[in-house]
Design a protein around this ligand. Sequence first.
Ligand SMILES: *[C@@H]1O[C@H](CO)[C@@H](O)[C@H](O)[C@H]1NC(C)=O
Ligand SMILES: *[C@@H]1O[C@H](CO)[C@@H](O)[C@H](O)[C@H]1NC(C)=O
Ligand SMILES: *[C@@H]1O[C@H](CO)[C@@H](O)[C@H](O)[C@H]1NC(C)=O
Ligand SMILES: *[C@@H]1O[C@H](CO)[C@@H](O)[C@H](O)[C@H]1NC(C)=O
Ligand SMILES: *[C@@H]1O[C@H](CO)[C@@H](O)[C@H](O)[C@H]1NC(C)=O
Ligand SMILES: *[C@@H]1O[C@H](CO)[C@@H](O)[C@H](O)[C@H]1NC(C)=O
Length: 370
Amino acid sequence: MEEITRRTISSYFFFFLFLAGKTTGKFSHDNVTALFIFGDSFLDAGNNNYINTTTLDQANFPPYGQTFFGSPTGRFSDGRLISDFIAEYANLPLIPPFLEPRNSQKKLYGVNFASAGAGALVETFQGSVISLRTQLDHYKKVEKLWRRNFGKEESKKRISRAVYLISIGTNDYSSHFLTNQSLSISMSQHVDIVIGNLTTFLHEIYKIGGRKFGFLNVPDLGCFPALRILNSKNDSCLRDASRLAKMHNKALSNLLFKMHRQVKGFKFSLFDMNKSLRLRMQHPSKFGFKEGEEACCGIGKWRGVFSCGGKRIVKKYKLCENPNDYIFWDSLHLTQNTYNQFAKLIWNGGHLSDSLVVGPYNVNKLFQIP
Ligand SMILES: *[C@@H]1O[C@H](CO)[C@@H](O)[C@H](O)[C@H]1NC(C)=O
Ligand SMILES: *[C@@H]1O[C@H](CO)[C@@H](O)[C@H](O)[C@H]1NC(C)=O
Ligand SMILES: *[C@@H]1O[C@H](CO)[C@@H](O)[C@H](O)[C@H]1NC(C)=O
Ligand SMILES: *[C@@H]1O[C@H](CO)[C@@H](O)[C@H](O)[C@H]1NC(C)=O
Ligand SMILES: *[C@@H]1O[C@H](CO)[C@@H](O)[C@H](O)[C@H]1NC(C)=O
Ligand SMILES: *[C@@H]1O[C@H](CO)[C@@H](O)[C@H](O)[C@H]1NC(C)=O
């Protein structure tokens, strides 16, 4: 995150400690919480199992899921995702995918709307994914279900007390490189449209009653194995992909702080996933990893070919012995071990200066706010 933004964040921490002191006790008797999850494959717990798409956007075959669930669930990892850990820390059950049949009771603790491949733009992998706009329509259906179930007042209270976890943007940018389609507009125009659509989405959730938002920013995409192998010139990261991600992250941070100032009751936690991932890639052993660049599952240089499981375009793949040693699970996604470390920061981060990657609130605090 930019220096200025970081300073802004640290000043917000005092504000947040102040708030913490004021509010504890007030809500301890009334602590019903819920978690709504939106976005892309970093958070999709299996929605894409239920749509008509291709294996490019699905992970419902081995070895996905092997470390934790023992069988594939549709999660793009060897085990749990950030959202699964956050639900656990919040004492919630695993949050079910919206499209999973027969679980309307479980949907009373929150719902996961995320879809691998999805972006803030409807055009991003259109036809193969559930766009953020359609995810919003699904959320509106759940809100209706809640009203029927809890009644209008109680439902409203729960909607505003819930935390909305969002990961979006990665596909809006990476899709152009992965499908070899050049941008028809400038990079900054592209970022503006993505952020504009995201702004619309946030205002819609706010209108319905959502107040507490948890965000992951976009990682340094050009350094992901799948994009890095597209850089035929040399071994460095794919510059334009990283540049777009960087512009997006700056605009995202600006948007959230602006909404925090201008929109009454809007609260957020922004996790600098980019910085946390970069740190681990640069010093894997410091964080308990043995490999920081190559993916555990896939083939080719850095296992950058997206072939994990052998059900996509390329059928050949190799699988590492111990995914816990790796930061990347496949060429576009991270291992459970990495997600677990991130989830801890998102939940608890902000108390120590060296973990200044989440703010102005951490997600634990967001849950506690009445
Ligand atoms: C809510 O509060 C009650 C009473 O303080 C406690 O027993 C319960 O474990 C809490 N539930 C959650 C989900 O934190
Ligand atoms: C799924 O999509 C394919 C390709 O778009 C189409 O040919 C097929 O009819 C679809 N199947 C269903 C069940 O909608
Ligand atoms: C991508 O497109 C460019 C021109 O549009 C072409 O020269 C290049 O070979 C394509 N690359 C791949 C990997 O298809
Ligand atoms: C995204 O923004 C573009 C340009 O402003 C607009 O045409 C489009 O309808 C928006 N889409 C969504 C899903 O908000
Ligand atoms: C690698 O290629 C990028 C452009 O894609 C260029 O900016 C960079 O200087 C090159 N690095 C080396 C070491 O040649
Ligand atoms: C990610 O963080 C690194 C180090 O803090 C920074 O140099 C880079 O520009 C950031 N990239 C993005 C996409 O935010």
